[in-house]
Design a binder for this molecule. Structure first.
Ligand code: HEC
Ligand code: HEC
Ligand code: HEC
Length: 133
């Protein structure tokens, strides 16, 4: 017949070996979401809650683009009593001035590469362009 004494430990070892890439990876990369740099300007609120922003900022950006370009609606959003005009550079980057330590830090971690910066300027790039003009 079979030996119960070896089947269970054998199974345990098998499961451990099969799943090892998963937990080894988590262990070696210290798989925690990167700490992003929040607005250095002292702003404390985003245009929506952090949870909503984390899950839906891509959709919000698309809606804004359509509002501005298709419907010519650049109505301001008000955060903490201050008005920001709808726009990637005019609102988002006005607060999140460090694209590298905010947008990029998180995107690198999740491996997404938004192509927006092919045309839109990040605050750092806008500053260097101004200097060289
Ligand atoms: C091929 C060039 C190009 C690319 C790539 C591009 N955009 Fe734009 N975008 C434009 C232009 C041109 C405008 C119009 C600017 C204006 O009228 O102020 C615009 C306007 C916008 C606006 C509204 C106005 C503003 O000032 O922000 C948003 C929001 C926006 N784009 C978001 C995005 C996002 C998000 C991405 C990436 C997913 C992206 N765009 C990629 C060219 C581009
Ligand atoms: C008025 C300043 C301001 C504007 C404008 C703004 N943000 Fe924020 N954003 C913040 C602040 C402050 C936080 C942190 C909020 C918190 O932790 O409750 C934040 C949080 C976020 C987060 C979540 C970060 C995390 O903790 O994981 C994302 C994503 C984000 N913003 C993207 C955007 C995008 C995209 C836009 C433009 C559509 C934008 N923000 C416009 C100030 C701003
Ligand atoms: C807390 C993490 C985090 C931060 C901070 C963050 N993003 Fe993202 N972003 C994501 C994730 C995750 C995705 C991919 C979502 C998906 O594939 O559904 C994404 C996707 C996007 C996309 C769509 C790209 C595509 O190819 O579909 C755009 C545009 C974008 N982010 C813009 C921004 C901008 C602009 C900022 C900085 C102002 C920013 N994000 C900050 C996590 C973040």
């Amino acid at each position: 017949m079979y030996n119960k004494g070896t089947i269970i430990p054998g199974l345990a070892i098998f499961v451990l070996i099969v799943t090892s890439p998963l937990w080894l990876n988590a262990f070696m990369t210290g798989s925690t979401v990167p700490k992003v740099e929040l607005p250095p300007g002292g702003e404390t609120k985003c245009i929506a809650s952090a949870t909503v922003m984390r899950s839906s900022h891509m959709q919000i950006l698309n809606e804004w683009r359509d509002d501005v370009l298709r419907d010519a609606n650049r109505i301001a959003v008000t955060v903490d009593g201050k008005e920001y005009r709808k726009g990637l550079q005019m609102a988002c980057m006005e607060c999140h001035t460090n694209k590298e330590k905010f947008c990029d830090a998180c995107h690198e971690y999740v491996s997404v590469k938004p192509y927006c910066w092919d045309c839109h300027l990040s605050p750092t790039l806008a500053a260097t362009k101004k200097e060289t003009l």
